[in-house]
Design a protein. Sequence first.
Length: 66
Amino acid sequence: MASEATANLSPACSARGLRYGVVTVAVALISAVILAKLGVPWAARLLLVVPFYMAANGFLQGLYGT
């Protein structure tokens, strides 16, 4: 028995989440390139998990309305 999933966010909130995801992934990618070019140790670059996680969260909110 399949049921329809309903979004709990308005279209404006979904658009805001998607925009947030795009901006955050761009910032994370730019930061990753800069840190790699500067030769920052890989352990410090592991902190980039946080902005990439935040970007994924924004994409999920924007695409699925959750």
